[in-house]
Design a protein around this ligand. Structure first.
Ligand code: AMP
Ligand code: ZN
Ligand code: ZN
Length: 400
């Protein structure tokens, strides 16, 4: 099924700059760990990196989950500052947020900060997104100029073709920023683990999609005016059923409400139950670290904001937090994949590759944090950025 094209009402007048302005294509490969780039299946991405830049790895924000990090990439804010602090959240006014909950992902009240498409459109540019967390909500009163309701069944080819149609529009009508999202690598990483042949096949599939976009740009004669940036939201760690922390073995579950479960449990104790929850979980399991809000390590940037829960429990790398009733879902001896862990872990590191007229060529730069990607996009689009947690100076090393 092909998604219905949504054209938002908020089209500003296009500017009339001298010469052809550069366009930016931002590609997200969900769960594409930084080191996948050196696997045989990543041929086209390596070619792109060879004529552009790659980061040793892109450091995600904590928690290293999909919605928090995609929204960080486009706002430059830590999850504690942009409202999307987890994939699953509860709010006394807004109710429950979950990535599969259509009304919630379309409700702008969950989303703070200023997505790059809002920044760009307020300054007269057009933008387009073929799926991006946040793009379905009218944040700041607007969607991207073109956007689609999320639909997993939309093929990679359909997405690629639409990106190339946008790029083929005349300057006076074309989006200057195009964002597109592919989830294949994350899905196979979860189901079969990061080192599986299935994950390699997904790496090959998205590699072809990136290659098709790059070839399409060349075919349009636009290679010298389109910057291509390929990012991931986080990496992937191997997990298995032998490393599970059964939360309800330690905690009376009727004393809490849960947001995310694993590998970071975001816990809202019921009234008066915070002390009990802290006592119950502190030291309960050698591979579970438990924190009260305000007392997490400062480097995690996860202590403020309405949607950071009063208690946060973080599993060590490779461990999962589960409830006893769902333990049977994991086949003994089989490897799966998970992310969400401490964002400093190399296994949580994400892909960053970029090439085009504004990028240096054949350079690998040290790891940098994904809060700076918004500033990079604003610089490439020549728009005045909003105030964020990142800075363009942190990523200038990428630019010519
Ligand atoms: P995670 O649970 O963190 O691994 O999230 C990955 C999943 O998020 C993907 O497989 C998609 O099903 C889902 N997802 C990604 N983007 C969106 C979106 N824009 N709207 C709703 N769900 C999404
Ligand atoms: Zn993800
Ligand atoms: Zn995932």
């Amino acid at each position: 099924m092909v998604a219905v094209l949504m054209l938002s009402g908020a089209i500003a007048a296009a500017p009339t700059p001298a010469g052809s302005p550069h366009q930016v294509v931002l590609i997200s490969l969900d769960g594409y760990r930084w080191d996948y780039l050196d696997r045989p299946a990543a041929r086209r991405l390596r070619e792109l990196a060879a004529r552009g830049v790659r980061a040793e790895r892109l450091v995600p924000s904590f928690p290293s989950k999909t919605f928090p990090n995609h929204y960080t990439l486009v706002t430059g804010l830590h999850p504690e500052h942009h409202g999307i602090a987890a994939n699953v959240m509860r709010d006394s006014v807004l109710g429950r947020f979950a990535t599969g909950n259509d009304p919630a992902v379309r409700d702008a009240r969950w989303f703070s900060g200023e997505p790059i498409w809002v920044t760009a459109q307020r300054q007269g540019l057009r933008t387009a997104a073929y799926f991006w967390p946040g793009s379905e909500a009218p944040v700041g009163g607007m969607h991207p100029t073109w956007y689609y309701p999320f639909d997993l069944t939309t093929t990679r080819a359909t997405r690629v073709q639409r990106v190339l149609e946008w790029l083929a529009l005349p300057d006076s009508a074309a989006p200057r920023l195009i964002a597109v999202y592919f989830s294949d690598v994350d899905t196979e990483g979860h189901n079969h683990g990061p080192d599986s042949p299935e994950t390699d096949a997904a790496i090959a599939a998205v590699d072809s999609a990136v290659g098709a976009i790059v070839d399409g740009i060349a075919h349009l004669g636009s290679a010298d005016r389109v910057d291509v940036i390929v990012v991931a939201d986080h990496g992937m760690a191997a997990v298995n059923s032998a490393r599970t922390i059964v939360l309800d073995d330690y905690l009376a579950m009727d004393s809490v409400e849960m947001g995310d479960w694993s590998p970071v449990a975001t816990i809202i104790p019921k009234a008066g139950r915070t002390e009990y929850v802290m006592r119950a979980l502190t030291g309960a399991h050698p591979h579970l670290q438990v924190y009260r809000k305000g007392e997490l390590p400062a480097r995690l940037h996860y202590n403020s904001g309405a949607h950071v829960t009063p208690v946060v429990a973080i599993a060590d790398e490779g461990w999962s937090i589960v409830r006893r009733a769902t333990l049977g879902q994991y086949v003994a001896g089989r490897t799966y994949g998970a992310h969400g862990y401490d964002n400093a872990l190399p296994s949580m590191g994400a892909l960053f590759v970029a090439a085009g007229p504004d990028f240096r060529r054949g350079v690998t730069v040290p790891p940098f944090a994904n809060i700076h990607v918004y500033s990079l996009l604003a610089e490439l689009l020549r728009v005045q950025p909003a105030h964020t947690d990142g800075s363009v100076d942190s990523v200038r090393v990428l630019l010519r």
